[in-house]
Design a protein around this ligand. Sequence first.
Ligand code: NAP
Length: 316
Amino acid sequence: MPFLSTTVTWRSPKGRYTHHRSVGQDATIVPCSDMSGTILTVGPGVTQWAAGDRVLSTFLPEHQTGQVSEKHLALGLGLPLDGVLATHRVFPAYSLVRTPDYLTDEEACTLPIAAVTAWMSINGMRPLGQSGGKDEYILLQGTGGVAIAGLQIAKAAGAKVIITSSSDAKLDRAKQLGADATINYRTNPDWELAVTQVTDGHGADIILETGGAQTLRKSFDCIAFGGLIDCIGYVSGKVDATDDRLNVNLLALRRNVTLKGILNGPKDRFEEMLQFYQTHQIHPVVHRSFPFSEAPEAFRFLESGSHFGKVVIRVQ
Ligand SMILES: NC(=O)c1ccc[n+]([C@@H]2O[C@H](COP(=O)([O-])OP(=O)(O)OC[C@H]3O[C@@H](n4cnc5c(N)ncnc54)[C@H](OP(=O)(O)O)[C@@H]3O)[C@@H](O)[C@H]2O)c1
């Protein structure tokens, strides 16, 4: 399969993906965990795909439905298996999903990790086929890939979106995408109070916790009673500060909170999400696209944090 586009993900290049038992890191690995490509040829017995079909990879090819487990993680693309920043790659036929016709490859390649993760954060606790979010307050942290996918999904679902960022310019872009309330977490470090205020004391029903160490405590202070905090990432660090750390047990019970770890999502939920994208004609936000020859630049650009949404590498 010749690749057209792949998004830049930090799973392996920084050596920080060390918290799964089955996921060791070799000295060298092909990076990137999601791609959109075109099938060049199919193996014997493959009937669902044909040469020329446009397809998307899934991050955990064996995770087709239900609960993720160690055996799925042990076969992740981009860690521990080689990823997708390559001109050709062989995939199991059952691991691929069809790229929606209305999306370009550059748009579509952003979906398998960031968008599926956002989708699961908003809908993973609801039964398959019953996505929701209407009238819920959904809080997004920062303006990276997961948060901006979350913004697009939440607004299409009819939710009320609050988003934080270190940049007023990025918050303006978020408003253009429909964000109802924006908070600069640099100039307003007590952003959890602002969340409580803009929700009239209700708090956020769902929080996409991508911040980690420096944000989780604040998320507990602005979550609604009965709300859901999705533990997704750790852009602000992986180790708690030593002060002001009330026990998580207490923090969770205080407002009857559900704390849910998110690990991407299964293929059937990805397909459910693609139907939703199709219905609402959602176009993922690609901030910048780099040619294959400039892949290292793409990683440096991502690390600089100047992006809004996703960064893409065009392989061909
Ligand atoms: N669990 C999963 O399945 C899963 C899947 C995908 C990603 N992740 C993880 O989720 C996190 C986000 O991923 P991503 O792809 O969206 O990353 P990304 O595109 O690199 O987004 C990073 C953004 O986070 C914001 N940020 C940085 N420091 C922050 C802080 N202290 N407080 C609040 N926001 C902060 C910044 O937004 P501004 O520039 O607007 O300030 C930055 O642009 C990463 O840790 C990633 O590893 C987990």
